[in-house]
Design a protein around this ligand. Structure first.
Ligand code: 13P
Ligand code: SF4
Length: 395
């Protein structure tokens, strides 16, 4: 009897209700003149295209980008700084964002109407940002409304989230935060509760999508684990009892960064055993037990400043993405900068942006072809801007 093969797995079969907006972005394969080009050839073509475009193009590079890309960046920065920089360059018709999708969306929201934001590879998403989508957050919000006084719950979203989630928090009285300003934004959110004239209770924050940034910042503000609960979007009422939901000051979304979650306290112990005078600096997307044993905790920009401030000869163990760690080591020859995890892998989505894709978008612009433009629809953009502007006014 002939064996019947299972039907081929189609997108329709995988997602019968439609492909979630944040799950599938299709990057078309590049023509051979890009895919097969050498790095030297690409470099001279990128250089020529950039010169031709002049001030009409502004290239932004997040600290986790590869060197072959970063060398062309007109400005480098963390996600916060880059979104502000995009806003400060209205003369550029094209903002080429060498980073990930949510960063390009934020740039589109903040820049002028005539400016086009381009992401060189559409598959450069962020796995953490994809851990919370609008449907899940709306469901969580409804579940919370049935359990606690929703008027006193302030939604806060990390910059690493889709524009739709930024719009959700804008519309519901909340704000965006970054790893640089999470403390100030959470302080602001909780101070709104203080100002409520109907007593204590109900001053709560729903924080998404990164549980670790939320937890680390809560601790920084003097709260303890007892004030925090993990909200699992896959479970009814987040997997929490009614009492837990009512009691928690922080409801932390069960999301994480797969790059930063790899760092463990054992890595810090090992580094300290080898370098008793070494300095340990980690990103707040690392788990709390790692941040607790680090000397300093801060965003990518903060980590750079911490390395600059370290004395000559210092050995610095860093808990963040490997491209930044290696660049810091190369650019600071009088200090030694190493990754705390010897096996750490790069951020696979940041890594998608390479010289081929950068060359492709720039040569397209020279030929008058805009590829990979990232646009946020006007209604989403308007509410997301409310949330971003709140963040900017708080910090
Ligand atoms: P920064 O805001 O520190 O740049 O972090 C962004 C990010 O994606 C870290 O994983
Ligand atoms: Fe997202 Fe983590 Fe990559 Fe940052 S390092 S872009 S949080 S997956």
């Amino acid at each position: 009897m002939a064996t019947r093969l299972p039907p081929p797995l189609t997108i329709g079969a995988l997602f019968p209700l439609g492909v979630p907006d944040n799950m599938l972005r299709l990057q078309i394969p590049l023509p051979e003149r890009y895919a097969d080009a050498t790095l030297d050839d690409l470099a001279s073509r990128i250089d020529a295209a950039k010169r031709t475009l002049g001030e009409r193009v502004f290239i932004l590079g997040h600290h986790y980008q590869r060197d072959e890309v970063m060398r062309w960046a007109d400005a480098r920065g963390d996600s916060f700084r880059l979104s502000v920089l995009a806003q400060q360059h209205p003369e550029a018709d094209y903002i080429v964002f060498c980073g990930v999708h949510f960063m390009a969306e934020s740039a589109d929201i903040l820049t002028d109407e005539h400016q086009k934001v381009i992401l060189p590879d559409l598959n450069a998403g962020c796995s953490m940002a994809d851990m919370a989508d609008l449907d899940e957050v709306e469901e969580a919000w409804e579940a919370l409304a049935k359990t606690t006084d929703i008027s006193k719950v302030i939604p806060i979203t990390y910059m690493n989230s889709s524009a739709a989630l930024k719009a959700f928090v804008g519309e519901h009285g909340g704000a965006v935060c970054t790893s640089t300003n999470a403390k100030a934004v959470l302080e602001w959110a909780l101070s709104l509760g203080d100002r409520a004239d109907d007593g204590a209770g109900g001053k709560q924050v729903l924080f998404f999508p990164d549980q670790h940034l939320g937890r680390n910042t809560g601790h920084q503000l003097g709260f303890t684990e007892a004030d925090m609960r993990l909200w699992n979007p896959r479970l009814e009422r987040g997997g929490l009892s009614e009492a837990d939901v009512k009691d928690a000051t922080f409801l932390l979304w069960k999301g994480h960064c797969s790059v930063h979650q790899r760092f463990r306290p054992e890595h810090v112990a090992e580094f300290r055993a080898q370098h008793p005078d070494g300095i340990v600096v980690v990103h707040p997307e690392c788990a709390h037990d790692v941040c607790e044993v680090a000397d300093q905790v801060g965003s990518t920009d903060y980590i750079i400043k911490a390395v600059e401030a370290a004395p000559p000869g210092a050995v610095i163990g860093v808990g963040t993405e490997i491209h930044l760690v290696n660049r810091l080591n190369d650019e600071t020859p009088d200090k030694t900068v190493v990754s705390l995890d010897p096996l750490v892998c790069p951020c696979s989505t940041m890594f998608r942006i390479d010289a081929q894709h950068l060359c492709w978008v720039l040569e397209g612009l020279v030929e008058g072809r805009v590829v990979n433009q990232i646009t946020v629809d006007p209604e989403t953009a308007a509410w997301a801007r409310v949330a971003l502007d709140r963040m900017l006014s708080i910090t």
